[in-house]
Design a protein. Structure first.
Length: 598
């Protein structure tokens, strides 16, 4: 079957659902029941006083996911299929949460497991809805792209609209509570102070809003088209920016990206996600819904073109960071997202090469295939079957035992508290290490009960290198005293931006200024003397003084007991006067900067 024939069949499926007058009431009651059930499971004690067990969290996840999916997927036709799907997904979500253990067993990266679980559920829902609709109208399960795409966008719009309704409901409740409080009726105000009432209110409002909106298919589809159109308009804007970014890289080089590897990957992946969303807003769910306006069409093609280069750069940045510092759960999650981004980027590039101006016909089936793969991967990674903690532990311990990283620079805090049970087991094994330094440190760390009691690894060499790149010293050629350099490294004043340090002739005082405060002005009306507002931080960034052989900031003054007593007596007796004093102030280009000082 050709792609075009497939999409003609897709378009024949109805986009509106059978009217069900009881749906709003039923979903409001379901939301009420789910909210109260979650409350009774978790209670109203804050987490720092009462930590829920893995079982209670699993039950809460089962109830929440089941109720939510019933609300989004239930139809009068084949209602039992929606109930079965929702129950299966809810039980699976609860099992995954229970499998991952309670909060006391959570470790670094477990938040991404939760994200992965709900990502898999979010993708599975429209796939089920499309298959159910195909069974209802054609008698056999299929996954038409138009139906899958329509259900996915509808679910997103419903989710946002329902939470907006919940927010309005909460604001109205607070307003009415305060209004009745004026006439000494505090029933609603007292209820708003109860945790169970908020659970019930949020559940009922969300369920009721979902039921009402799902009874208004035409309104929801109109809202969906408006959202898609607004996003589509942004496609050429983002495309131009990303294309210019990629074209500028050969001239600027990649050095700046590698210097900021901790920020490079998240930014590039965010651009890939944005490109994916905006491109799909343009191509629509079928040929007749594709935006044909040239700027939008070519903008979407530009986004499809730059996704793979952006993903490859993110992959290189992640690889460099892993090569420098080894595996951690967060870096493994970043690597996972990079691989997914590369898969989407490659699929879109192939679609462009094969389809050219009609690339959307190739991209739609690619989207569907990638959705199945992403759903399976997300649900798999939500379980402990693939343990990023264990992989990270093996890698970091191997680096430690091989001598690649010294014991004093090793991240013992992460091993003890962020790598889960695998990290704790490795810590126990290291207590018997033949290396005396490793053994002593492992024994010391194993006794610690609070992660904050473990000193962070010494990364002063990294901070020192970064500061050296960003710091200009005046007068030119002046050497920074080692003791002052240590203080600067500790304070990190120039860790993320460029600064200038002016050392005074006597060598006992140094003034630090931030370069960004002295950029060339850009007056809006072209007048050279126009007043331009600047923040208070654009004065003197810091003042360092050599006192008693030690460098410290000049603002950290002190007062003796005798001076304090004299001030107190003089104040009580009214001995207050104004005297002229001679003070100093920094001047840059003949203009005063910051406040005066002694």
């Amino acid at each position: 079957m050709s792609d075009s024939h497939e999409f003609e069949a897709d378009e024949s499926l109805p986009t509106e659902h059978e009217h069900w007058p009881l749906r709003p009431a039923l979903l409001a009651l379901l939301g009420l029941a789910a909210g109260l059930t979650v409350y009774f499971l978790l209670g109203d004690e804050p987490y720092y006083r009462h930590t829920p067990t893995a079982l209670t969290l699993a039950l809460a996840a089962t109830v929440t996911v089941t109720a939510g999916l019933i609300g989004f997927t239930s139809e009068r036709r084949l209602w039992w299929a929606s109930l079965a799907f929702s129950a299966v997904m809810g039980v699976m979500a609860g099992a995954v949460v229970w499998w991952n253990g309670g909060p006391d067993q959570w470790s670094g990266g477990d938040g991404w497991r939760t994200f992965s679980l709900f990502l898999g559920i979010i993708i599975a829902a429209p796939l089920f809805q499309a298959a159910r609709d195909a069974v209802a109208f054609e008698g056999r399960p299929r996954f038409p792209y138009a139906s899958v795409h329509d259900h996915a966008w509808t679910n997103v719009v419903l989710w946002g609209a329902c939470w907006a309704f919940v927010g309005v409901t909460a604001l109205l409740s607070v307003l009415l509570a305060q209004l009745f409080h004026l006439i000494k009726i505090d029933i609603l105000r007292d209820l708003l102070e109860k945790s169970w009432f908020w659970h019930a209110l949020i559940g009922t409002a969300f369920g009721g809003a979902l039921g009402m909106l799902r009874e208004q298919d035409k309104v929801v589809h109109l809202l969906q088209r408006v959202v898609a159109m607004v996003l589509a308009v942004l496609a050429p804007v983002l495309a131009i920016g990303l294309i210019l970014f990629v074209l500028a890289l050969p001239f600027t080089g990649l050095g700046a990206l590698w210097e900021a590897t901790s920020a490079t990957t998240p930014l590039l992946l965010s651009c890939c996600v944005g490109s994916l969303i905006l491109a799909n807003a343009v191509i629509g769910n079928a040929p007749d819904q594709e935006r044909r306006f040239p700027a939008l069409k070519y903008g979407a093609m530009g986004l499809g073109l730059v996704m793979l280069p952006m993903a490859v750069i993110a992959a290189i940045a992640t690889g460099l960071r892993i090569g420098q510092y080894g595996f951690t759960p967060d870096r493994l999650w970043a690597l996972t997202f990079v691989v997914i981004a590369c898969a989407y980027g490659l699929a879109y590039l192939v679609s462009l090469l094969r389809g050219r101006l009609d690339w959307a016909e190739k991209a739609r089936p690619a989207n569907l295939n990638l959705a199945f793969g992403l759903c399976a991967i997300a649900l798999l990674l939500a379980t402990p079957l693939i343990s990023f903690n264990a992989i990270s532990t093996r890698d970091q311990v191997a680096r430690l035992e091989s001598g690649k990283i010294a014991p004093d620079k090793f991240d013992w805090r992460a091993l003890a508290f962020e790598f889960g049970q695998a990290g704790r087991d490795a810590l126990e094994r290291l207590k018997t290490s033949p290396n005396a330094a490793i053994k002593a440190k492992a024994i010391e760390v194993a006794k610690v009960e609070n992660r904050w009691d473990i000193q962070e690894p010494d990364r002063s060499h990294v901070q020192r290198e970064q500061m050296t790149k960003n710091l200009r010293v005046l007068p030119d050629g002046t050497a920074i005293p080692d003791a002052l350099r240590d203080v600067l490294v500790q304070d990190e004043p120039c860790y993320g931006w460029k600064c200038t340090l002016m050392i005074q002739p006597d060598g006992k005082e140094a003034l630090l200024l931030t370069d960004s405060c002295f950029e060339q002005p850009r007056p809006s009306n072209g007048r050279a003397n126009e007043k331009i507002a600047v923040g208070n931080y654009c004065g003197l960034a810091a003042r360092y003084m050599l006192i008693g052989g030690k460098w410290s900031t000049g603002e950290r003054g002190s007062i003796t007991a005798a001076e304090l007593k004299a001030k107190a007596n003089g104040y009580a007796q009214g001995q207050i006067e104004v005297r002229p004093v001679q003070r100093r102030q920094v001047f840059v280009g003949g203009q005063p900067v910051g406040d005066a000082f002694e």
